[in-house]
Design a protein around this ligand. Structure first.
Ligand SMILES: [Zn+2]
Ligand SMILES: [Zn+2]
Length: 349
C-alpha cells in the first residue's frame, strides 16, 4: 500500500486525493488553507472536464506469490526509532537471509523481499516472511526452504567477511531497505546464523498455516524434557553439562584464544544479573549454551531476553548456541568466538 506523504506532526499517511471517475490527482492538501486558491483553480478546470469529486484514497495492489514463513524465538528487543517499531534482531536476520539467498542463488536484488511481524499467537515467537516479488513466484522460496543452512552460511560470509560497526553497504544496507537501516546490527544475529547454518536440511511435507510454530514449540519442549532427564533443569547453572564441556574443550583447543571464564557472574551495581556459561570479560563476550531450550518458554523467555538485552546495552555481545549446534560442530562455534574475540580486542586498542 502507498498512503501518500506523511503528516509532519502525526506521521499518518495523508493519502491521495483522486477523482474516482477520471483518475485526476489533486496534488494539494484540501485541509490546508494556504492551498485554497490553487485548489479552486484545479476544481474549476476539473469541473469543465468531469463531474466527479476527488476523494482521499490509499493506493494498493494485491498479488499472489510464494512465500516462506520463518519462526524465530523472540529476543524481546523491540524498539522504536522514529515512527517505526521493530526488533533489530528480527529485521537484521530477515535482511541477512535475503542477502545470503541473493548471493547463493544469484538473484537480482528486487526478486525477493521480506518483512518481519509478530506472531499472531503472542510475542514468544516472531515471524519473518520472505516472498517473491514476481506474481506467481518463480520457485525461489522453495529453494530457500530446501537450502536454508547454505543460505545462512552465505549470509555469514557476507556479514562477517569484513569489519563494519553494525551494518554497511557491503553487507546489509541498500537503498530499498533504508527504513530498516537504523535497526540493523549484525552482531545480534551471529549466533542465529551459525545455528541455522548447522541445521539439517528439511524434507518438504504437507502442512497448514501455524504448524511451523507448533513444531518449534514441540522441539523446545522436547529439549526441556531431555534437560530434566539429564538432571539439569532449565536455568540450573552449577553443573557443567556435556554440551558445555564440548564447547569448553573446543575453545581450549584454540591456541590464540585465552581460556574462557566459566560461570562468570555478571553484576551490575553489585547486583547479580545473570551467569553466562562462558565469558571473555576483556572483550565483553558472553556465551550461553543451549539457551534456545529456555527461549520460547513463556515463563523464562521474557526474563532471559531482559538479561540478554541488559548485557547488550552495556556493550556486551551475547551469543546463544543451540545444544544441537554445539554437539554437531563445537569447533565452528569456537572459531566464531575467536574471530569475534580478535575483532573486539583490536577495537578496544
Ligand atoms: Zn474527474
Ligand atoms: Zn558491513
Amino acid at each position: 500500500t502507498n498512503w501518500g506523504r506523511s503528516d509532519s506532526k502525526t506521521g499518518d499517511g495523508m493519502r491521495f486525493w483522486l477523482c474516482p471517475d477520471c483518475g485526476r490527482h489533486l496534488d494539494r492538501d484540501p485541509s490546508n488553507p494556504q492551498h485554497a486558491s490553487a485548489i479552486q483553480k484545479w476544481r474549476e478546470n476539473h469541473t469543465r472536464l468531469c463531474s466527479g469529486e476527488p476523494v482521499p484514497l490509499v493506493l494498493a495492489y494485491q498479488f499472489h506469490t510464494d512465500c516462506i514463513v520463518l519462526n524465530v524465538p523472540s529476543r524481546q528487543d523491540t524498539r522504536t526509532i522514529g515512527r517505526t517499531t521493530l526488533s533489530p534482531t528480527t529485521v537484521t536476520l530477515a535482511e541477512a537471509l535475503l542477502a545470503g539467498a541473493g548471493d547463493l542463488l544469484e538473484l537480482e536484488p528486487y526478486e525477493l523481499a521480506a518483512f518481519p511481524r509478530l506472531s499472531p499467537e503472542g510475542q514468544t515467537v516472531e515471524e519473518i516472511v520472505i516472498y517473491e516479488t514476481v506474481p506467481g513466484g518463480a520457485g525461489y522460496v522453495e529453494e530457500i526452504a530446501r537450502r536454508l543452512p547454505e543460505i545462512a552460511e552465505a549470509a555469514r560470509e557476507r556479514l562477517y567477511g569484513h569489519t563494519c560497526a553494525k551494518a554497511c553497504y557491503l553487507c546489509l544496507k541498500h537503498y530499498r531497505n533504508q527504513r530498516w537501516h537504523p535497526f540493523f546490527d549484525k552482531e545480534r544475529v551471529r549466533d542465529l546464523l551459525l545455528t541455522i547454518s548447522k541445521m539439517e536440511s528439511v524434507e518438504p511435507i504437507e502442512a497448514t498455516g501455524g504448524s511451523a510454530i507448533k513444531f518449534l514449540y514441540d522441539q523446545l519442549d522436547q529439549r526441556r524434557c531431555e534437560l530434566q532427564e539429564e538432571g539439569r533443569p532449565p536455568g540450573h547453572q552449577n553443573v557443567q553439562s556435556p554440551i558445555e564441556k564440548r564447547l569448553f574443550e573446543a575453545l581450549c583447543g584454540i591456541a590464540d584464544l585465552p581460556s574462557p571464564m566459566a560461570q562468570y557472574e555478571y553484576r551490575k551495581d553489585g547486583r547479580l544479573i545473570t551467569i553466562p556459561d562462558f565469558a571473555y570479560p576483556d572483550a565483553k563476550i558472553a556465551v550461553f549454551c543451549d539457551g534456545f531450550a529456555f527461549h520460547g518458554n513463556p515463563d523464562t523467555l521474557e526474563l532471559d531476553a531482559k538479561k540478554r538485552n541488559q548485557m547488550q546495552s552495556d556493550g556486551w555481545i551475547v551469543l546463544t548456541y543451540w545444544g544441537k549446534t554445539i554437539m554437531r560442530d563445537a569447533e565452528a562455534c569456537a572459531r566464531e568466538i575467536l574471530s569475534l574475540y580478535k575483532q573486539r580486542v583490536e577495537e578496544s586498542r
